[in-house]
Design a binder for this molecule. Sequence first.
Ligand code: SAM
Length: 269
Amino acid sequence: MAESSEAPSVAVRCDSASPERVATATELARTLGLPLVHDGAEAYPLLLVVTDERLELLQVDSTDGPVHCEFTGGAFGYRRAQPLRRELLTRAVGFKGKPLDVIDMTAGLGRDAAVLALLGCHVTAIERDPVVFALLQDGLRRARDANAADTLAERITLVRADACDYLDALPAEALPEVIYLDPMFPERTRSALVKKEMRLLSRLLSGEDDADRLLEAALRSGCHRVVVKRPLHAPHIAAPLVRQPPLQFRGRSARFDVYFPEARPTPAS
Ligand SMILES: C[S@@+](CC[C@H](N)C(=O)[O-])C[C@H]1O[C@@H](n2cnc3c(N)ncnc32)[C@H](O)[C@@H]1O
């Protein structure tokens, strides 16, 4: 639900009879400034649905099922059980066994942040869109509720902000070891291989494309390692400050471009 003229309208609906869940839906609609609908929801192509179990985002006019954040079961549960040390993301951030501090500038549905947290990294996951942020908050809450001993959720700190503004305001002593970004890529929507999560995010966030801005903010932050996820055959981000990435990790459908920027210049005293 970005501030774009092309962004489709979203409403909140409660599919639970539980008074507690109805109160959650009412509060969500109020804080997000979205209508709370019961019947006649056809006017809204996207619905944020409060169910008995979780918060879901649904495309009313699509056969794609709803999307939610998942850090314990489902496909992510399978991924949790896999060895992560050889994953491209693990290698791209330079993980060698010691937990890293990472800022994820584009949290999205939190899957990459969760992989890094599973490795033991401390991740500040930044998301600008309020609807996506609500899904993230719900996913982390359920992860905590499902298993209080599960430290994954404790290693992820969610921040709702524009990541460029956040980095620009970050003092040098608070810089992480790695900045990670996975900007939206327009061509993803045309591929048959695009997962329903990405199709839905592309629709929700239509009109947004600030890959150049994100990478420039990361490079000027003074962080020593910046990792960018790109579709395998996409050009590298050609923002004015950016040269060819000095290191790449290539997978079957995605690649990670790694940059090693200079330290932030200290202001003249
Ligand atoms: C492709 S998705 C990221 C997917 C994520 N890596 C995952 O594993 O689920 C990109 C996300 O970045 C967010 N985003 C784009 N520009 C942003 C900005 N300037 N600040 C914060 N978030 C931003 C979008 O709202 C979107 O949710």
